[in-house]
Structures are given as structure tokens and as C-alpha cells.
Design a protein around this ligand. Sequence first.
Ligand SMILES: O=P(O)(O)OC[C@@]1(O)O[C@H](CO)[C@@H](O)[C@@H]1O
Length: 216
Amino acid sequence: MIYTVTLNPAIDYVVNVDQFQVGEINRSKFDYKEAGGKGINVSRVLNHFGTISTALGFVGGFTGEFITDYLTSLNISHDFVSLQQDTRINVKMKSESEETELNGVSPEIKESDYKTFNSKIRNLTAGDIVVLAGSLPDSLPTDTYRDIVATLRQQGVTAILDSSGIPFSEAIKAKPAFVKPNNHELAELFNEKIETEQDIVTLANRFIKTLKLTMY
Ligand SMILES: O=P(O)(O)OC[C@@]1(O)O[C@H](CO)[C@@H](O)[C@@H]1O
């Protein structure tokens, strides 16, 4: 069975304006809301290609309800832990030439919430595949992905990771089966600048060599 984990999901509020102007009233010409967060997006794409997955993570409040209703309407199975505080709202402002994003504050994950989530992770078994994707909520420690990956590996579960910053550099120590750093994440990991395609290749090779991981 495939599972996706979105510890920090969001309602993505996508707003289209002609020319975004800072400090002015910008009027949307077309907008919509959808369930977002990188793990949920993986579940949506898998669903599009007819592959079943279950979305795990945390949702809360009316925004959390929007997310579960949205996934249910697409026939995507989900088993989130319910939080007291609202799931965040991320605003994606699309203008003619560029996109500006404003990602909201994550709700608090209490110790008891995390325990409930962790017991779901501990119930997974050999042969299962888990995609862990996106940022961590502020209330979770930066080694959270590392712990999850280590637990999954012990259980014979394949862990796939797409994250960034310290949570990513910590998690790769637990050796997930697959990772997918983009150019910014690679540069951040090695504290280097990427200016050319060759820089990407060089850092990617260094990454593969030093960490003995598979990269796509
Ligand atoms: O704040 P994070 O977790 O890094 O990213 C969250 C997010 O920006 O990533 C997805 C893909 O862009 C969106 O659906 C969502 O709003």
C-alpha cells in the first residue's frame, strides 16, 4: 500500500491577477481553493493515474475539514490526526510574469497528536511505501523526518523523502530509499552557490557519492 505523509498541509488559495502591485489593492480575476501540501499533492497525482494511496498527517478546524472533504470528493483515502487549531492557508498569487507565495503559520501539534500519528506509522508493514513531503510544522522538532524514516526502515517500509532545510539534511542521515532535492535544496545542503547546469551536476554527484543515496 502507498501512503503519503503531509505533516503541514494547507488550503492553497490560488489567486490570478493581471499585474501584482505591492502596496495596492489587487483584484483577482480568477481564483480557487484546493487541498495542498506536498504529500497531498502526491496523492492527487497518483489518483489521477489511477493509483490508490492513503494520505496521512495532521488537519484541524474548518480548513482541515475542507481538506478531508476535498480528498473524499476525489475518492482519495485519508487517515489524518485531528488537531484543535486550524490547518494553515497558503496564498499563491499568480501574476503575468511571476508567482508570489505566502505560506501560512502551521497549527500546533501536541505531544498526544504526534503519538497518535506515530502509532499509525508503526502499524505499517514490509512492502508498504511511504512518501514524506513538505515542511515540518513549527511545533515539531527538526529531526522528526529522521525519526520517521528510521522507524519505517526498521519495519521494512520504503521511505521516499521530499523536503528541505535542516529537516531534510537530518532525515537523509536515516537513509531514505529515494530523495528528490531541487537545485536550491542541493545548494543549501552543501552551502554552495549554483549558477550553471554543470554546478547542479557536480553537486548532485557529490550528493550521491557522500550519502550513497539514489537521486531522481
Ligand atoms: O510550506 P511547504 O510545506 O514547504 O510547501 C507547501 C506548498 O507550498 O507546497 C505545495 C506545492 O507547491 C503547495 O501545495 C503548498 O502550499
